[in-house]
Design a protein around this ligand. Structure first.
Ligand SMILES: NC(=O)c1ccc[n+]([C@@H]2O[C@H](COP(=O)([O-])OP(=O)(O)OC[C@H]3O[C@@H](n4cnc5c(N)ncnc54)[C@H](O)[C@@H]3O)[C@@H](O)[C@H]2O)c1
Length: 329
């Protein structure tokens, strides 16, 4: 099923994994023009019934049954540990894949998915949905062509109701690692991570500092220890300071700095769009037109690689400087 489809032929899609994200994928796909949501799959029958009763598509208890129904493209929204096996099974059947972020549980597994998609000639997109958030797009537009100096991102919230063995760096910070790479158009060259596990087996708090190859300093503050959700981005350029709230979608810009310390400030316009819808439209376009997806496998892998390095690095103890008595000056 790898040949391109004419716009007149609906693209036959499926969704596997019907938790928080998968339900949303199924809802949006059922509403997209030029797309037929053929079916959804999840071993949890209650999840399948919840979705099929609302959207009127077929429901299956296994991926194989969904693939047998005949689909061109699949959204993978099962737990991250299953991304590789599910994506590889779909790709082996010539099915285009949109896999939720992070691309996989490990860098090696992510690479296997990319290699398989390349060999099969199918589209592979990774669901880095924040790139489709209108507030993020407004920030990126505001800093385009400017000399970026620093980026500070906060992504915090309460403990997720269902805990897997994925920690906050792989689950949340990977979004922001992707944004830092996207905003700067540069790869991350240096990493200084601090992580800790307060309530979970894996890290549930992380403060991550980076320097990009282009020299931008970036900082991510992420945790599952905050009673409310917050997602903010601050970018300092040589001429501006941009602040964005990714939840309320308010973006402000400070500019026109004066020698007396005064400056101007304005709200930037932010389009109204559901990020997931925009992501799925981009995926369908890239499948139909055989063009490279906005967030392809290589992007997903690069961001996962940095996240994994953050986890490896934090175990390296730095020997504290010995300061001689009276030596502080
Ligand atoms: N892009 C985003 O902003 C975003 C947000 C949340 C989650 N995610 C990603 O989406 C994925 C799913 O996260 P979630 O929060 O929806 O998880 P979830 O726990 O709410 O749902 C996972 C679903 O997968 C099902 N499942 C389990 N084993 C399966 C199997 N073998 N085959 C098919 N389905 C199976 C479960 O029954 C459950 O319904 C994760 O990779 C996560 O990182 C992305």
């Amino acid at each position: 099923m790898t040949q391109s489809k004419s716009p007149a032929t609906p693209l036959r899609v499926g969704v596997v994994g019907l938790g928080v994200m998968g339900k949303n994928h199924a809802r949006v796909l059922s509403e997209l023009p030029g797309v037929t949501l053929v079916g959804v799959a999840d071993p949890d029958q209650a999840q399948v019934e919840f979705v099929t009763s609302r959207l009127g598509c077929a429901g299956f208890s296994s991926l194989e049954a969904l693939l047998d129904a005949g689909i061109d493209a699949l959204t993978v929204a099962a737990p991250t540990q299953l991304h590789t096996s599910i994506s590889l099974a779909a790709i082996a059947r010539g099915v285009h894949v949109l896999v939720e972020k992070p691309i996989a549980h490990t860098v090696e597994e992510g690479r296997r998915i990319i290699d398989a998609a390349e060999k099969a000639g199918v589209t592979l997109m990774v669901g880095h949905v924040e790139r489709f958030n209108p507030a993020v797009q407004s920030i990126r537009q505001a800093i385009a062509g400017d000399d970026i100096l620093s980026i500070q991102i906060t992504r915090v919230g309460p403990f997720p109701p269902r805990m897997s063995d994925i920690g906050v760096v792989i689950d949340l910070a990977v979004h922001d690692i992707d944004l830092i790479r996207w905003f700067t158009g540069s790869e991350i060259a240096e990493i200084q991570p601090q992580t800790n596990s307060i309530h979970a087996a894996r890290e549930d708090i992380a403060l991550l500092q980076f320097r990009t190859e282009s020299g931008v300093l970036a900082h991510i503050n992420t945790n599952w220890l905050t009673p409310f959700k917050a997602r903010t981005v601050h970018v300092a350029t040589r001429n501006k300071y941009i602040s964005g709230d990714l939840i309320t979608r308010q973006v402000t810009e400070c500019f026109d700095y004066k020698p007396d310390g005064s400056y101007s400030m304005r709200h930037l316009s932010v389009a109204y769009a559901e990020p997931l819808r925009a992501e799925l439209v981009a995926f369908v376009d890239s499948v139909r037109n055989r063009t490279a997806p906005v967030t392809g496998g290589a992007d997903g892998l690069a961001s996962l690689d940095i996240a994994m390095r953050c986890l490896g690095e934090h175990q390296t103890a730095v020997t504290p400087l010995k300061i001689a008595a009276g030596g502080r000056g």
